[in-house]
Every structure is written in C-alpha cells, then in structure tokens.
Design a protein around this ligand. Structure first.
Ligand SMILES: [Zn+2]
Length: 284
C-alpha cells in the first residue's frame, strides 16, 4: 500500500521494494537475517553471480597488495558479522576463497588471525616528514629500493607497468596530437622496420615539414630522416608518423626520447641522452 502511494505521487518516479525471503533480506553487502526469536543477525552478502575471484597470488604484484586484499576482506567480515558463529563461518569461507586464488594457507592464516601493526600516532606521523615517490613495480628490485628509501624517510609507492590492456585498448579518442606543442614522435620507414625517434618543443606538424624540406634539399647533415631516405633509397612513411608521448618539460622530454630510441629499431644519427643500462633494463 505504501509503495502504491509513493508511486502515485509522481508518475515519472518509480520506486521498487524488496521483501524478506526465508527470513533474509540483503542490503548492500550485508545480509540481514531474522532469527526465530525475532532477533537480527548480520552476515556478509554476496550476489549469486559473485565468482569469489580476487587477485591471484602468482600475479605480478607486490606482497603488500595481496596482503591488503586479505586485510580488507577480514575488516569487512569483522565489521559486518557481529557474533562469533557468523564471523567464524565467514573466516572459514575466506580461507577457502584465498586457497582457490592460489594463496598459501600459512600466509592467509597469518593475515586473518594476527593484528596488523597499530598505526603510528598522529604526533609520530607529523614528526616524520615523509617524501613520497612513485616507481614502477619490478619484482625483487622495487622492494629493495623501498627498503633503502624507508631509511631516509622516503615513502615509495609502486605503480604497475605496461599491461596488455594498456597497450591494446585505447578507449579515449586521440586528440589532435599533430598540432600539440612539446612531444616525442616517431617517423617510420616504409621500406624497413626502422624509424626515426625525435623530440620537439614545437608541434609534430612543424617538425615533419622540416624533415620533408631536408629530404627535398638533400640536407643529410640536418636530418637523420633525410640521410636515411637518400643514402638507403628508402621511402619515408610520413602518413604513419605518430606522437608517442606528450611532454613539455625539456629534461623529461630528453629522457623519454632516449628511452624510446632504445625501444624502437631506429636510424637516428645520435642515440639521445645517455641512460644507464641498469635503468634501461627496468624501464623497457
Ligand atoms: Zn628504411
């Protein structure tokens, strides 16, 4: 009756209502259950379509990410399950779920049954002025860098590197990069698999016209593109020229150019900024 009344107020607004089934009613991620004695117990609610698939233990992520998932689900269980029986049931369920996702039993048991280190007090936090930096996650290396940085009060956050998804899916439409000032660009050759990688503070459109003019005027000293085109008798794929990255800060642009020169087979005359091979093996 009340629902009918609500729906009669404005025809454009329709309310729906869920009713109790088997003494149970889900609300967000909580299953509210009415017992025979008319008291209420709460459990963690998962939709029937829930797959219990979480980040696999063997996936390429740091241990802190995996431990974080266990702690989040533990926190959720402890917040929702208010009595011992439902909490124990939920914990047993979590153990099975993590086992299914490849987690070793002792890692799960340790995380589920041990208290996390208490957070530092606010006073302690303000005393330590932390600098935060972000680095790509490389298994075995990034953890060591984090330990070294921690000694100097530098907080290190990991970010995941390139994934198949990031390489293959470009959901956002590409803006007009041809007219964007400050870019790292690539001019491919039609007759071999090599390219020219360059950086400019101006636009790719301007740089392309300069390279084209050098080709026309046989100015091989001024342009590696002209040199490749005229000495190898190869055709340049002007239409296939692309912006690899946007970057307006000069020094960063030089570093990025050097990284991309190392990543593509190229016919550059010089190889750009000298970057240590130790960094290159981690970046590329
Ligand atoms: Zn070529």
């Amino acid at each position: 009756m009340f629902l009918e009344h609500l729906n009669s107020l404005r025809p454009s607004i329709k309310f729906t209502m869920e009713v109790e089934s088997n003494h149970q009613l889900p609300f967000l991620d909580v299953m509210v259950e009415r017992t025979n004695s008319n008291s209420i117990i709460t459990k963690v609610y998962r939709k029937p379509t829930h797959t219990d698939c979480y980040l696999n233990y063997w996936s390429y992520h740091s241990h802190s990410v995996k431990n974080g998932i266990i702690h989040i689900l533990k926190h959720c269980a402890k917040t929702i399950c208010r009595d011992e029986i439902t909490l124990t049931e939920e914990m047993e369920h979590l153990k099975l779920v993590f086992k299914k996702n490849g987690y070793p039993c002792d890692t799960v048991n340790r995380a589920l049954h041990h208290q996390r280190n208490k957070r530092r007090s606010k006073e302690e936090q303000t005393q330590i002025t932390e600098v935060t930096t972000t680095i790509p996650y490389v298994k075995g290396v990034s953890e060591r860098i984090r330990r070294i940085c921690a000694k100097h009060n530098i907080k290190v956050i990991f970010r995941s590197g390139r994934t198949l998804r990031s390489i293959l899916s470009h959901v956002k439409p590409q803006p007009d990069l041809l007219n964007h000032p400050g870019v790292i660009y690539r001019i491919p050759c039609l007759d071999c698999d090599r390219s020219y990688i360059g950086e400019t503070g101006r636009t790719l459109r301007v740089r392309l016209s300069e390279h084209q003019r050098c080709c026309k005027n046989f100015e091989t000293q001024k342009s590696a593109v002209a040199q490749h085109c005229l000495e190898e008798h190869h055709r340049i794929d002007w239409q296939g020229s692309t912006v690899i990255e946007k970057e307006s800060i000069w020094h960063r642009k030089r570093i990025k150019e050097a990284i991309h020169i190392n990543s593509f087979p190229n016919f550059n005359q010089d190889q750009g900024l000298n970057i240590s091979p130790i960094w290159m093996s981690n970046i590329t």
